[in-house]
Write a protein that binds this ligand. Structure first.
Ligand SMILES: [Mn+2]
Length: 179
Protein backbone atom coordinates (compact mmCIF):
# COMPACT_ATOMS: atom_id res chain seq x y z
CA UNK A 1 0.00 0.00 0.00
CA UNK A 2 3.02 2.29 -0.01
CA UNK A 3 2.80 3.12 -3.67
CA UNK A 4 3.96 6.58 -4.72
CA UNK A 5 0.36 7.49 -5.56
CA UNK A 6 -0.88 6.54 -2.10
CA UNK A 7 2.01 8.41 -0.52
CA UNK A 8 1.22 11.56 -2.47
CA UNK A 9 -2.44 11.38 -1.44
CA UNK A 10 -1.40 10.97 2.19
CA UNK A 11 0.83 14.01 1.83
CA UNK A 12 -1.70 16.26 0.09
CA UNK A 13 -4.31 15.30 2.69
CA UNK A 14 -1.92 16.30 5.50
CA UNK A 15 -1.12 19.64 3.83
CA UNK A 16 -4.80 20.39 3.11
CA UNK A 17 -5.67 19.72 6.75
CA UNK A 18 -2.88 22.00 7.98
CA UNK A 19 -3.71 24.87 5.60
CA UNK A 20 -7.48 24.40 5.83
CA UNK A 21 -8.27 27.86 7.24
CA UNK A 22 -5.78 29.82 5.15
CA UNK A 23 -6.33 31.86 2.00
CA UNK A 24 -3.93 33.29 -0.57
CA UNK A 25 -3.47 37.07 -0.73
CA UNK A 26 -5.30 37.48 -4.05
CA UNK A 27 -8.59 39.45 -4.14
CA UNK A 28 -10.54 36.21 -4.69
CA UNK A 29 -9.04 34.69 -1.51
CA UNK A 30 -8.07 31.46 -3.21
CA UNK A 31 -7.71 28.55 -0.74
CA UNK A 32 -4.04 28.37 0.35
CA UNK A 33 -3.70 24.68 -0.53
CA UNK A 34 -3.97 25.57 -4.25
CA UNK A 35 -0.43 26.96 -3.93
CA UNK A 36 1.46 23.86 -2.63
CA UNK A 37 -0.50 21.64 -5.02
CA UNK A 38 0.41 23.98 -7.88
CA UNK A 39 4.09 23.99 -6.87
CA UNK A 40 4.20 20.17 -6.84
CA UNK A 41 2.41 20.09 -10.17
CA UNK A 42 4.90 22.53 -11.75
CA UNK A 43 7.70 20.19 -10.67
CA UNK A 44 6.12 17.07 -12.10
CA UNK A 45 4.39 18.51 -15.16
CA UNK A 46 6.83 21.21 -16.27
CA UNK A 47 10.07 20.26 -14.54
CA UNK A 48 9.86 16.55 -15.32
CA UNK A 49 10.61 15.78 -11.67
CA UNK A 50 9.74 12.23 -10.55
CA UNK A 51 11.57 12.16 -7.19
CA UNK A 52 8.70 11.40 -4.83
CA UNK A 53 10.41 13.07 -1.87
CA UNK A 54 10.75 16.33 -3.80
CA UNK A 55 7.07 16.20 -4.78
CA UNK A 56 6.07 15.50 -1.17
CA UNK A 57 8.28 18.32 0.09
CA UNK A 58 6.63 20.64 -2.45
CA UNK A 59 3.19 19.75 -1.08
CA UNK A 60 4.44 20.36 2.46
CA UNK A 61 6.81 23.27 1.80
CA UNK A 62 4.83 25.96 3.65
CA UNK A 63 3.47 23.83 6.53
CA UNK A 64 6.27 24.58 9.01
CA UNK A 65 6.51 28.27 8.07
CA UNK A 66 2.79 29.02 8.01
CA UNK A 67 1.01 26.45 10.24
CA UNK A 68 1.56 24.74 13.60
CA UNK A 69 3.44 21.86 11.92
CA UNK A 70 6.83 21.00 13.46
CA UNK A 71 9.84 19.48 11.67
CA UNK A 72 9.62 16.52 14.08
CA UNK A 73 6.04 15.89 13.01
CA UNK A 74 7.07 15.85 9.35
CA UNK A 75 9.98 13.54 10.08
CA UNK A 76 7.78 11.08 11.98
CA UNK A 77 5.16 11.03 9.26
CA UNK A 78 7.13 11.43 6.04
CA UNK A 79 10.72 10.60 6.90
CA UNK A 80 13.96 12.44 7.43
CA UNK A 81 14.59 13.48 3.80
CA UNK A 82 11.20 15.11 3.24
CA UNK A 83 11.46 16.87 6.61
CA UNK A 84 14.95 18.12 5.74
CA UNK A 85 13.90 19.52 2.36
CA UNK A 86 10.98 21.38 3.99
CA UNK A 87 13.35 22.75 6.64
CA UNK A 88 15.69 24.01 3.93
CA UNK A 89 12.91 26.05 2.30
CA UNK A 90 11.47 27.35 5.58
CA UNK A 91 12.21 30.95 6.62
CA UNK A 92 13.02 31.72 10.26
CA UNK A 93 9.92 33.67 11.26
CA UNK A 94 11.59 35.09 14.38
CA UNK A 95 13.64 37.33 12.07
CA UNK A 96 12.41 40.60 10.53
CA UNK A 97 10.99 40.28 7.02
CA UNK A 98 13.83 42.10 5.24
CA UNK A 99 16.39 39.90 6.97
CA UNK A 100 14.49 36.75 5.96
CA UNK A 101 14.46 37.92 2.36
CA UNK A 102 18.19 38.68 2.45
CA UNK A 103 18.90 35.23 3.90
CA UNK A 104 16.95 33.54 1.11
CA UNK A 105 19.31 35.16 -1.42
CA UNK A 106 22.34 34.20 0.67
CA UNK A 107 21.29 30.60 1.35
CA UNK A 108 19.93 29.64 -2.09
CA UNK A 109 23.26 28.50 -3.64
CA UNK A 110 24.01 26.28 -0.63
CA UNK A 111 20.71 24.36 -0.59
CA UNK A 112 20.48 20.72 -1.61
CA UNK A 113 19.48 19.92 -5.18
CA UNK A 114 16.07 18.78 -3.91
CA UNK A 115 15.44 22.01 -2.00
CA UNK A 116 16.57 24.06 -5.00
CA UNK A 117 13.91 22.38 -7.14
CA UNK A 118 11.17 23.26 -4.64
CA UNK A 119 12.43 26.83 -4.46
CA UNK A 120 12.42 27.23 -8.25
CA UNK A 121 8.86 25.93 -8.55
CA UNK A 122 7.69 28.05 -5.59
CA UNK A 123 9.08 31.21 -7.20
CA UNK A 124 7.63 30.30 -10.59
CA UNK A 125 4.19 29.79 -9.06
CA UNK A 126 4.32 33.04 -7.09
CA UNK A 127 5.53 35.15 -10.03
CA UNK A 128 2.81 33.76 -12.28
CA UNK A 129 0.31 34.54 -9.55
CA UNK A 130 1.58 38.14 -9.40
CA UNK A 131 1.14 38.42 -13.17
CA UNK A 132 -2.39 37.04 -12.84
CA UNK A 133 -3.45 39.58 -10.21
CA UNK A 134 -2.05 41.96 -7.62
CA UNK A 135 -2.34 40.83 -3.98
CA UNK A 136 -4.61 42.93 -1.76
CA UNK A 137 -2.77 46.03 -0.54
CA UNK A 138 0.19 45.69 -2.94
CA UNK A 139 1.32 48.55 -5.20
CA UNK A 140 2.83 48.07 -8.69
CA UNK A 141 6.20 49.07 -7.17
CA UNK A 142 5.97 46.34 -4.57
CA UNK A 143 5.22 43.78 -7.28
CA UNK A 144 8.27 44.94 -9.26
CA UNK A 145 10.44 44.77 -6.12
CA UNK A 146 9.26 41.22 -5.54
CA UNK A 147 10.36 40.29 -9.07
CA UNK A 148 13.75 41.90 -8.46
CA UNK A 149 14.27 40.08 -5.17
CA UNK A 150 13.06 36.77 -6.64
CA UNK A 151 15.60 37.13 -9.47
CA UNK A 152 18.38 37.42 -6.88
CA UNK A 153 17.22 34.17 -5.26
CA UNK A 154 16.84 32.40 -8.63
CA UNK A 155 20.38 33.45 -9.65
CA UNK A 156 21.61 31.29 -6.78
CA UNK A 157 19.58 28.32 -8.04
CA UNK A 158 21.00 28.23 -11.57
CA UNK A 159 21.96 24.86 -13.00
CA UNK A 160 19.19 22.97 -11.20
CA UNK A 161 16.43 22.46 -13.80
CA UNK A 162 16.72 24.05 -17.23
CA UNK A 163 12.98 23.87 -18.08
CA UNK A 164 11.94 25.74 -14.93
CA UNK A 165 14.82 28.18 -15.18
CA UNK A 166 13.92 29.02 -18.77
CA UNK A 167 10.34 29.82 -17.77
CA UNK A 168 11.51 31.98 -14.89
CA UNK A 169 13.96 33.81 -17.16
CA UNK A 170 11.08 34.59 -19.52
CA UNK A 171 8.99 36.10 -16.69
CA UNK A 172 11.91 38.21 -15.50
CA UNK A 173 12.60 39.42 -19.04
CA UNK A 174 8.98 40.62 -19.37
CA UNK A 175 9.67 42.80 -16.31
CA UNK A 176 12.98 44.08 -17.64
CA UNK A 177 14.87 42.09 -15.04
CA UNK A 178 18.09 40.40 -16.15
CA UNK A 179 18.82 36.97 -14.68
MN1 LIG B 1 5.34 28.80 -1.07
Amino acid sequence: MNSDAALLLETVQFAAEKHRNQKRKDPEETPYINHPIGVARILSHEGGVTDIEVLQAALLHDTVEDTDTTPAELEAKFGVTVARIVQEVTDDKSLPKQERKRLQVEHAPHCSQQAKLVKLADKLYNLRDLNRCTPVGWTAERVQEYFLWASEVVKGLKGTNSALEKKLEELFKERGVQL
